[in-house]
Structure formats: structure tokens, C-alpha cells
Design a protein around this ligand. Structure first.
Ligand SMILES: Nc1ncnc2c1ncn2[C@@H]1O[C@H](COP(=O)(O)OP(=O)(O)O)[C@@H](O)[C@H]1O
Ligand SMILES: [Mg+2]
Length: 241
């Protein structure tokens, strides 16, 4: 069973002479537990692809299935609930709420979800694993970039999403912190059998993934599969950036 499938997905922004074809006939199958890098030049359609998979935007044509559900068929409210329970997002700019401390930022997706309860034990486990348990009462602006990104990752993982979508999650981080954050993503991917799709500009980072998808001008132009599965690799530290 594929956890994610795209068939002939196209995305056009704008009207008439202002039309931009951001994605052209993209088809893709992803198995559970795959750690995938998406690479391509600026404007090639990487963020658009993640946004469509995450149900943040809709394709102009084509179909997307996540966990066997065609997300285009879901009504707005069902889509919001489905997304919250199954998909985690990590963005380059962290997007933490400045008025909430780290703990409350991480708990936020659960707090929003009336059918769900905050699992304090799990939040503690996540924050400890990410090395920011001692920062839980701090506000985002009191943290370094790396610490903020770890908080954002904890928030994305708090609902144990089947799919984690990360758009240049290490884009604003120095190389040491990048290595740490990548190790954490890889560990989480293995531990919870999560599927990760991560946009990156960094070839070194892409190399540690199971699969690299190259996008050019809205099309998938090339795919590489890693020789070894991520589950065979060391705990994330075995690469250079
Ligand atoms: N909301 C939008 N409205 C109009 N054009 C957009 C919008 N978002 C992205 N685009 C255009 O779609 C193309 C792909 O953008 P994007 O997916 O952001 O690329 P990438 O993430 O690879 O840099 C670009 O030409 C971009 O200018
Ligand atoms: Mg982008």
C-alpha cells in the first residue's frame, strides 16, 4: 500500500496571460517510512508540490491520495481534521507563535483538535529527545534559530503524523545545527515509521535520504534511489553538509 499517491497533478496559478504552470503532470507513489528529498532550482514547483500534498492548496487537475483518501473529495472541515491528524508541517521560518512559550507552541495542534487530548508524557519525550525540554517555558524570541526549528519539529510531530512535510527546514540553520536537525528527522522517521518529504537545496542532505526527486519547471525530471534503506543507516550523523 502506498501512503501517498499523485496522479497527473497539475497546478496553474493566475489567469490567462498571467498564468504560471507551477506543476505539470506530476505522478508519484510513496511507500510508508520513506525519507524523500525534493530538490530543484528556485521556482521549480517544490513548495507548490508540498502544499498540494498537505491539502493547503488544491490542484488545477489530477488526483492526490493520502493514506488511501482522495483529499480533493474531502469537505473543508474534514480536510482540516484529516490534515491535523495525519500531516505535520515544518517550514523554513519556523512559524512559531510568538505569544506562546515552547511547550504551548508544541501542544497547539492538539489544543486545536477538540477530539484529541494533550499527551503531556509524549510532549515531554519529544522535547527531551530534541534537546529543548529545559527551554519549554521560553518564548520563541528567546531561542536560537536551531532551538526554534527543533520546537517547530516537535510541534509538527506532536500528533504522530503519518507524513511529515518539511520545506527547507534547515535553510536558516548553520551546518552543525543542520546536521543535528537532520539526525532528529531521520530518527523520528525510523522510530515512528513516518514518511518524510523534505525540500532542500543542500546536496549533502539530499544524499542521506532514501530517494531524491528532482523537479525542474514543474516536472519530475529525475529520481535517485539510495543504495541502502534509511533503516540501515547510522542515527543520522553519517553525512556532511
Ligand atoms: N500563490 C502563487 N501565485 C502565483 N504564482 C505562484 C504562487 N506560488 C508560487 N507561484 C509560482 O509558481 C512557481 C513555482 O513556485 P514554488 O512552488 O514556490 O517553487 P519553489 O518552492 O521550487 O521555489 C513559481 O513560478 C512561482 O512564482
Ligand atoms: Mg519553495
Amino acid at each position: 500500500m502506498h501512503i501517498l499517491e499523485l496522479r497527473h497533478v497539475e497546478k496553474i496559478y493566475g489567469e490567462k496571460e498571467n498564468q504560471v504552470k507551477a506543476l505539470r503532470d506530476v505522478s508519484l507513489k510513496v511507500s510508508p517510512g520513506e525519507f524523500i528529498a525534493i530538490v530543484g532550482t528556485s521556482g521549480s514547483g517544490k513548495s507548490t508540490l508540498l502544499n498540494l500534498i498537505g491539502g493547503l492548496d488544491v490542484p488545477t487537475s489530477g488526483t492526490i491520495w493520502v493514506k488511501g483518501k482522495e483529499i480533493g473529495s474531502l469537505k473543508r472541515k474534514s480536510l482540516t481534521i484529516f490534515r491535523r491528524r495525519n500531516i505535520g508541517f515544518v517550514f523554513q521560518n519556523y512559524s512559531l507563535m510568538p505569544v506562546l512559550n515552547v511547550y504551548d507552541n508544541v501542544a497547539l495542534p492538539v489544543t486545536f483538535d477538540s477530539g484529541n487530548h494533550v499527551n503531556h508524557g509524549y510532549i515531554e519525550e519529544l522535547l527531551k529527545e530534541l534537546g529543548i525540554w529545559n527551554k519549554r517555558k521560553k518564548y520563541p524570541q528567546e531561542l536560537s534559530g536551531g532551538q526554534q526549528q527543533r520546537a517547530a519539529i516537535a510541534r509538527a510531530l506532536v500528533n504522530k503524523p503519518a507524513i511529515l512535510l518539511a520545506d527547507e527546514p534547515t535553510g536558516n540553520l548553520d551546518s552543525v545545527t543542520t546536521v543535528e536537525v537532520m539526525g532528529l528527522l531521520k530518527t523520528s522517521c525510523k522510530k515512528y515509521n513516518q514518511t518524510i518529504l523534505m525540500v532542500t537545496h543542500n546536496e549533502g542532505i539530499a544524499q542521506i535520504c532514501d530517494r531524491i526527486i528532482h523537479i525542474e519547471d514543474g516536472r519530475i525530471v529525475k529520481e535517485n534511489h539510495s543504495e541502502r534503506k534509511s533503516s540501515d543507516a547510522e542515527e543520522g550523523g553519517d553525512f556532511k553538509c
